[in-house]
Ligand binder design. Sequence first.
Ligand code: GLU
Length: 408
Amino acid sequence: MKSIIPDYLDEALAQVASDASGHLADYIPELAAANPERLAAVFATTDGRLYGAGDVDTAFTIQSISKPFAYAMALDDAGFDAVLAKVGVEPSGEAFNEISLERDTGRPRNPMINAGAITVHALVGSPQLTPAERVARVVDGLSAFAGRRLEVDEATCVSEMQNAHRNLAIAHMLRSHGILTEDPTVVVDGYIRQCSVQVTARDLAMMAATLANGGVNPLTGDQVVGARVVRQVLSVMATCGMYDTAGDWATQVGIPAKSGVAGGLIGALPGQVGIATFSPRLDPHGNSVRGISLFERFSSDMGMHVMEVPATTRTVIRSNRASGSGPDATRVFELQGGIRFAGAERIVREVVDTAPTEPRLAFDLAMVSSIDDVARRMLREVVYRLRSEGHHVEIADPESVMGDRVRA
Ligand code: GLU
């Protein structure tokens, strides 16, 4: 059988293909020369499977889509405190290149607007790096997210640098507030190199899938950044990723996302999939017109809104039954699926309500696919209490989802 997903993507592209609204970004001359008809969509699963339709191998510059990834690198390299001291996490509701900083601290409001992203660029790598080494660290990091070697597109870089008056103004303002401590021109040059890294829709989907996969690149298996960093980055993408339309996006699409002025758009659906689209014509906010339509379609067709999560808790108890008699009488709780706080609460409640009288108790975890820290601690406590009440408790845990401590 042929997979149904490429057909779905073809169909989705066909539905938006005729929409010629919007304009190419023209403040960077090189971008104004792009072919506006290009159109692509790619899904990358968290186990590395790619499904694509359209111009999936066309190269374009990453632009602002580099921002969440550089933010991830800065958090990983410099630590949360150092980064948060210089860049906030509040949506600005302003355009990407707005010349504004927090009134009291002089900090850029978030890492997704240019002021924040220019500051973040300077925080990547160790403070001792030369500007060229910092750019190399950024390109290496972006490549690790993509799972292949990426390069800077020199033509776009030169073209943008010649027209970087606004970013230079922002950087000088950051320097005057002491947020930047280096030469503003040098930092903007590095930031523009970061924005000029060439990618394809395929690369972007894999980069998004790395975020969706807790920071582990699904292709290479490399832990590119830690899970805590990923949580921070996805949170900022969810609230600030779409410039001044973040609220509309959060309510209508509900996938942590980031757009770029070359026409790329990524979405990372935690635990499920990385998505990328490419279509160069932009709306007045700087977001890809057909990219937005595609994401709206994906979100509603496939129930991808992060706030729409099915209740899995009802099914965590597969069975609760008694077996044997006399001193061998056993109460067996057979658990299943992914267990988090709400699932663990259902299990605690089931045990309490059952008030087992059998001398032996067994928890069968063979069908449990995952269990998070909180749920694990709650189950350990249940076992501890049952044992202190005199029950003999056994755990069947062939996949070691509980870790070892509880078994003995
Ligand atoms: N290099 C662009 C700039 O800083 C990126 C903007 C974007 O993609 O939104 O102006």
